[in-house]
Design a protein around this ligand. Sequence first.
Ligand code: HEM
Length: 142
Amino acid sequence: MNNTAPLPHTRFAKYRAEVCSEDEVKHLVHTFYAAARDDAMLGPIFAAEVKDWDAHLTTLIDFWSGLLRGTMRYHGKPLAQHANMEHLTPCMFRRWLTLFFATTESMGNPALQEKADAIALNIAERLWKSFAESHAIVAPQL
Ligand code: HEM
């Protein structure tokens, strides 16, 4: 098969379509985590947990590049990692989403914004449910 041929159209094609460049992924991750580190609610959590910011940002760029561009460079276990944290609340997840949505909106790429926001909301719900289950909390919807 010719490697340069476009992928055949399937009902999953929209999930594979590239909505942004690698530079936009980097911009998204750097801008969002700058806001999160500066945030009164989320900043102290990141300050306490993240020892190496360069490594963390590289991991998050791989994570979002995989989700938005299909590059498949991320192989971590975010569910387990967040479930092991202490004292996360629905309010914190909502704050995380508010900052994330403001970041994607500021980028002027509606396709990226729509896809990244939908994925973030879906994963935030899953992270919160998994955190709540492992801490025996009855979890309200985000
Ligand atoms: C209350 C909301 C959240 C907080 C406070 C939070 C906090 C953190 C912290 C502190 C780490 C770093 C852990 C470490 O380096 O040891 C981390 C890692 C990570 N977070 Fe979150 N997070 C939140 C929500 C989310 C959401 C909604 C997503 C995805 C949409 C996400 C994706 C990730 C990923 C992919 C990693 C890297 C895991 C790895 O190292 O493989 N987080 N988070």
